[in-house]
Design a protein around this ligand. Structure first.
Ligand SMILES: C[S@@+](CC[C@H](N)C(=O)[O-])C[C@H]1O[C@@H](n2cnc3c(N)ncnc32)[C@H](O)[C@@H]1O
Length: 162
């Protein structure tokens, strides 16, 4: 928290809210002295004039990171569902998302799924490659779905029916 408070003060972006991400019961073992942590804190820092999209959004989110979730060889990978929810709740549809610690690219994937543009920075080449692979798989899936929708639309047209 002191690091976050200092960053908020130096950037002149006040901490507007603290969000608790409840990961559900399937979490790692943790250290041997303290409790086994089931949550992470997420800070919302905002400049003057910022407004949350939906003011009834609560500050405790249960997004399970179950043992069956796909992993991408990154020790701190976040669930895509969490990043999608964060982007939708905190940004406008025309927003540009910047993730300077992009890791396996989850936030970039979430930006793609929510129609936002995104820039990711990551220092480990292996993770950059993972992020690039995940994004290209997502885009291939989008093109395949778009193709399926176009084909279905064509088949529905009366002039194309036998
Ligand atoms: C907590 S992880 C991000 C995980 C990501 N949210 C995901 O779902 O995969 C932080 C990442 O930041 C990267 N990183 C740390 N310091 C960095 C720096 N100075 N510049 C760029 N990347 C950095 C690490 O290599 C690591 O992959």
């Amino acid at each position: 928290m002191p690091v976050l408070q200092r960053a908020s003060w130096e950037a002149d972006w006040p901490i507007e809210s603290m969000l608790v991400w409840d990961k559900g019961p399937e979490v790692g073992m943790g250290g041997c002295r303290g409790l086994r942590s089931q949550y992470e804190l997420i800070a919302l820092l905002a400049q003057d004039g910022y407004q949350i999209a939906n003011r009834s959004t609560k500050d405790i989110w249960n997004v399970p990171w179950g043992g069956s979730a796909p992993r991408n060889n990154h020790p701190a990978e976040k669930p895509t569902a969490l990043m999608v929810k964060l982007i939708e709740c905190s940004t406008r549809p025309d927003a540009l998302i910047l993730d300077p610690f992009a890791g396996s690219g989850t936030s970039l994937l979430a930006a793609q799924r929510t129609g936002r543009r995104a820039i990711g920075i990551e220092m480990e080449e292996e993770h950059c490659e993972t992020a690039a692979r995940r994004l290209s798989e997502e885009m291939a899936l989008c093109s395949a779905n778009a193709g399926d929708e176009r084909r279905a639309e064509n088949e529905r047209r009366p002039e194309n029916q036998l």
